[in-house]
Unconditional design. Structure first.
Lengths: 426, 145
């Protein structure tokens, strides 16, 4: 892991150095790099579309739910009582044979008394931590000590997630296939219409789930089962839970991005992981730029760390996923640093090129890569344009920030629950 | 299912055009200058000089180039004196073109050159047009994580 991490840093500096080399050495080096990057971009785009084509041509069908017990784990920390009640009631009312477990992770806002009343009324199992230990510890404890012995599936949801009545049975249906170890569902936004930002995030979610996660599902290698709605085969979860709790990165105990790591461990154990668009959940998203950026910083740290982890094992069990992570998902944001520096330089040296070359070609790339947005989710088109500008000017640079602060654990001790603390979706 | 497959009538041609444009322009950006430069040099084996690449300029030149209306970039073989005049007036950068068995030659790129004035400076020096290669050349990709 250490070597891979420093390799990624070398790629980042290498890309920037190649850009600078055109001013001091032979410009051909830079031209060759841009050409090579372009060819990989085209190859990746064709690969992505080929996966989506296979999905449309032969959509996967799973056996129907047959009544196996589903243990639903809901970690709670300082959540608003109304929100958590809505979430728990949705789970209790959902279809399927269930065991509902709520773990209060040392809340300090008094939500425990509300949870106790609800537990008496609805009959779910409530466990309270004396102090905040983190979501990872809550999942570990519940899996280790609170699951019924006859639970066949474990579904984890966030305490602000509201489930569709059929979500639980839909999300566990793939687990009836013995080769599938985990699955995840669709995440929609409760507050998408709140403002421009939330509309933009709505598009971001739609693309992340219906293009990228859908494509990963075709090769049965979804890299992140969203914390909003994730299902695991109970026997698999029990087998990996110790590794999950004891994860370290560069010598330090990991405390964030538990969803991605849990998914990674399922893949590493040799099981498939799939996406189920019919299993629908709703959640709230940050409604301010500050909160959204905070959330993205955390996600991107997890993305760097867990992508590196994927590289350590996927070549054995999921070679296609390994190639995808190595040559695009992980490397592209850092390889493209030089290209972005080139555009910044162009803005000063040849500003006309920005209008006549960069902008049209950027829009052309957008139109092609995200052609499914106008074709299948027309109302999200304005959000797409907004998102792409936001990505280039803000979110892209968080990748670099995440790379150099990946060990930072500043979000471990949460004080206030905000939507920025919500689980990783992609 | 038919509805889902119907969108591919739009998607597949779009993807094909996009891929061919990107690959074609990326690859063409390398070969064209070399080929054109190679054709210029043998005509003047004993004349001292340098290869110069003149980037487009003038009203709407880039706009026209983007839409393929005016491939205005050209490569020339100019004398040392002409090159000095060009360097005095315009921003330049130096690169190398590899002409195989004939060796490597320095290529001086003159950026944002005003066409009329450059023509005066270049005079009777031999020049040839080079295919512009900027179209669809922005290999960035958002939403990678």
């Amino acid at each position: 892991m250490r070597a891979l991490y420093f390799g990624l840093i070398a790629i980042t500096f290498g890309s920037a150095s190649l850009f600078l080399s055109k001013y001091f050495f032979d410009v051909r080096l830079w031209d060759d790099f841009v050409t090579g990057y372009t060819l990989v971009l085209v190859a990746y785009t064709c690969y992505l579309f080929a996966l989506l084509f296979v999905h449309d041509l032969r959509p996967r069908r799973y056996p129907r739910y047959a009544g196996g017990k589903i243990a639903v784990l809901i970690p709670v920390f300082n959540e608003e009582p109304d929100l958590v009640e809505r979430s728990i009631r949705a789970v209790v009312d959902a279809e399927g044979e269930k065991q509902v477990i709520v773990v209060d992770d040392g809340s300090t806002n008094g939500v425990q008394s509300h949870l106790r009343l609800l537990a008496d009324e609805l009959g779910f199992r409530l466990h309270e931590f004396p102090e905040n230990a983190g979501k990872r510890e809550a999942l570990f404890y519940a899996t280790k000590w609170l699951l019924d012995d006859d639970a066949e599936y474990v579904v984890t949801i966030d305490s602000d997630t509201v489930l569709d009545p059929a979500a639980l049975v839909r999300v566990v249906e793939p687990l009836l296939c013995p080769e599938i170890g985990a699955s995840t569902g669709d995440v929609q936004l409760l507050n998408e219409r709140q403002n421009l930002l939330t509309r933009m995030i709505g598009t971001y979610y739609w693309i992340g789930l219906n293009i990228y996660k859908q494509a990963q599902s075709v090769i049965r290698s979804v890299v992140c089962c969203s914390g909003c709605l994730a299902a695991y085969r109970a026997s698999v979860l029990r087998a990996i839970i110790d590794d999950f709790a004891g994860q370290t990165f560069l010598g330090e105990k990991c405390t964030h991005s538990e969803d991605r790591h849990l998914t990674n461990l399922v893949l590493k154990a040799g099981y498939d992981v799939v996406y189920v668009p019919d299993a629908i959940s709703w959640t709230e998203t940050p409604a301010t730029v500050r909160d959204f950026v905070r959330q993205q910083r955390r996600w991107k740290r997890g993305y760097v760390r867990e992508s590196l982890f994927t590289l350590t094992y996927a070549w054995k069990v999921k070679p296609l996923l390994w190639l995808q992570i190595l040559f695009w998902d992980l490397s592209a944001p850092f390889l493209s640093l030089g290209l972005r520096l080139g555009i910044v330089a162009m803005a000063f040296q040849q500003p006309r090129l920005l209008v006549t070359v960069v902008l049209p070609s950027w829009i052309a790339l957008l139109v092609v890569r995200y052609v499914f947005v106008p074709l299948r989710a027309t109302r999200k088109l304005p959000g797409l344009l907004l998102y792409m500008f936001f990505y280039e000017f803000c979110l892209y640079w968080l990748n670099l920030w995440a790379l150099f602060t990946v060990k930072n654990k500043s979000w471990v001790t949460r004080v206030q629950p905000t939507t920025a603390e919500s689980s990783t979706v992609f | 299912m038919k509805k889902r497959m119907a969108v591919w009538v739009v998607v597949l041609p779009l993807l094909a055009v996009f891929s061919m444009s990107l690959v074609g322009t990326a690859l063409a950006s390398h070969s064209t200058v070399e080929v054109k430069a190679g054709a210029l040099i043998p005509a003047h084996p004993k004349q001292k000089g340098k290869l110069v690449l003149l980037e487009p300029s003038g009203s709407f030149a880039l706009f026209k180039e983007f839409f393929g209306l005016k491939p205005s970039t050209s490569v020339c073989w100019v004398s040392e004196a002409t090159l000095a005049s060009l360097e005095a007036r315009y921003a330049t950068s130096v690169s190398t073109v590899d002409l195989g068995s004939r060796g490597s030659f320095q290529l001086v790129t003159v950026e944002d050159a005003a066409t009329g004035h450059v023509r005066q400076l270049v005079g009777q020096n031999p020049c040839t047009l080079v295919q512009g290669h900027h179209t669809f050349f922005l290999p960035l990709d958002g939403h990678t994580s």
